[in-house]
Design a protein around this ligand. Structure first.
Ligand SMILES: [Zn+2]
Length: 255
């Protein structure tokens, strides 16, 4: 059974056919979903979605691209939400050096405050890291957490090893399916399998067979097959190991 470790199931892209999207994934072996919030406003929604999908969990956090419209008081509300014990992780949080950021210091402050919350509640963290690998690593060293998942990993080998040393698994998905993504494919092929988890990031990061389209969680078995091919092994062992990794990363019961 597979776990989609990063799925924005509450996204408006799924409003028309959310049930069908879930059933299509379940029908081909994607049994559990990790549904991260991106801001305070959608914490309740991701919690409700995860609650009615057996074995699935949500994460609460303020995504770096949503920090601009967040208020400092949101961190108090986030602390209260986390205190209810409904979330398996703090996320999706991190830093984004790709999108223009009017106030990088404020983004870093929100990130650091949320790392402190993860530590206070001893929760794993789901990280968004884009063109900010070393900055994120710097904050993780300053505010150590129990690990988690660096989602849609796209850094270097050295940065991958640094995240792994800090207790993180690395998420691989749609980007690995493109033959031109040579750095990501090399990492997927060569990193210790214990450090890898699978994700779709649906509706984002559509795979090579859906360029520009809507990504859906039923693509996950093909991602497992792609990873198996890159590592010259079979998809069943990839599915079993990556699911085990995901359970360990997020403190979920084993299958
Ligand atoms: Zn995401």
């Amino acid at each position: 059974m597979l776990i989609d470790t990063h799925l924005h199931l509450d996204a408006p892209e799924f409003d028309a056919d959310r049930e069908a999207v879930i059933h299509a994934a379940q029908a081909i072996g994607v049994g559990r979903f990790v549904i991260p919030a991106v801001e305070l406003a959608n914490c309740a929604t991701v919690e409700q979605l995860a609650a009615r999908l057996p074995g699935s969990v949500c994460a609460f956090g303020i995504h770096p691209l949503y920090v601009a419209r967040a208020r400092e008081a949101d961190l108090d509300a986030l602390r209260a939400h986390l205190g209810r014990g409904a979330a398996a992780a703090v996320g999706e949080i991190g830093l984004d050096g790709y999108e223009p950021d009017a106030d990088p210091a404020r983004s870093e402050w929100f990130f650091a405050e949320q790392l402190k919350l993860a530590r206070a509640f001893d929760l794993p963290v789901i990280l968004h890291v884009r063109r900010a690998q070393d900055r994120v690593l710097k904050y993780l060293r300053r505010h150590p957490v129990r690990g988690g998942i660096a989602h849609a990993f796209n850094g270097s080998l050295q940065q991958a090893e640094a995240f792994i040393a800090l207790g993180f698994r690395l998420g691989f998905g749609g980007a690995m399916t493109y033959s031109g993504s040579s750095r990501i494919r090399t990492l997927a092929a060569t990193l210790p399998i214990e450090s890898i988890v699978l994700e779709t990031d649906a509706p984002d990061i559509p795979p090579a067979w859906l360029p520009g389209g809507r990504n859906t969680p039923d693509n996950l078995p093909r991602f497992a097959a792609c990873l198996a091919e890159l590592r010259a092994t079979d998809a069943e062992s990839i599915a079993a190991q990556t699911s085990r990794n995901a359970c360990e990363a997020l403190g979920l019961p084993a299958f």
